[in-house]
Design a protein around this ligand. Structure first.
Ligand code: ZN
Length: 230
């Protein structure tokens, strides 16, 4: 078995973070995707979810998959860096509406600002990035997947930019709140359209609303409260 986590930095991870990632991997491997779950995800994505390890997050109302975890090397040949992948059509659509507001460029710029709140969120975002890589390394090790082609490849633009909110939201759903500040923020921002705790899975697709600009990220200092409280 390869020692996949060696030789990588992980400067922002505590022992507890590492233990948490390893435990998450253990939990996922204990409940590998069943043929029934793979059927549901296939319908959600409109294609077979190659390399699926397990359902990583579910709707708390009906139990439908919201995000899946995919192995780092698919079929032994295809490197796959997007370990956490959003599958729920409702969630994908809601996040797409948020992305359509052009908020990613704004967030990327905001993260680079020189103020205490941006610094705090930037540090949390770096930790989220390392959690992602460490989690994937644990998974690679357990599955004996090589990840030499994706060693430092993160998702969603981490660790300094915001390029794909779907990837960041998927991490927030798989890891739970308090890990990825941007993913958590995106989930709150599209709460009217999608939420893990309010099942809308069986509803017909709503009329497409014109995207509206979400609340500014630093508004009243309230947006990233949970980061500050950690
Ligand atoms: Zn549901």
């Amino acid at each position: 078995m390869r020692q996949q986590t060696e030789g990588q930095g992980f400067d922002y991870l505590s022992e507890e973070d590492r233990t948490r990632c390893a435990a998450l991997v253990d939990g996922l491997l204990e409940r590998r995707a069943t043929p029934e779950e793979i059927d549901v995800v296939t319908r959600q994505l409109g294609r077979y979810p190659r390399g699926i390890v397990a359902v990583g997050a579910r709707c708390s109302g009906c139990g439908s998959p919201l995000a899946v975890v995919t192995r780092p090397l698919i079929d032994g040949v295809v490197p796959f860096p997007t370990t956490c992948y959003l599958t729920s059509p409702k969630a994908v659509k809601a996040v797409s509406h948020l992305e359509a507001t052009g908020v990613m460029a704004y967030l990327s710029q905001w993260l680079a600002e020189k103020n205490d709140e941006a610094l705090l969120v930037r540090t949390a975002y770096l930790r989220a990035h390392e959690m992602y890589l460490y989690f994937r390394s644990c998974l690679a090790e357990r599955l004996d997947d090589s990840q030499e082609h994706i060693t430092n490849v993160s998702a969603g633009g981490m660790p300094t930019r915001v390029k794909c909110l779907h990837a960041l939201v998927a991490q927030s759903l798989v890891f739970g709140p308090g890990v990825n500040p941007v993913g958590d923020w995106a989930l709150r921002s599209c709460m009217d359209e999608f939420s893990q705790v309010t099942c809308r899975c069986k509803l017909a697709s709503p009329q497409r609303n014109e995207p509206s600009m979400p609340k500014p990220i630093g508004a009243a200092g309230a947006v990233f409260q949970e980061v500050r409280h950690e």
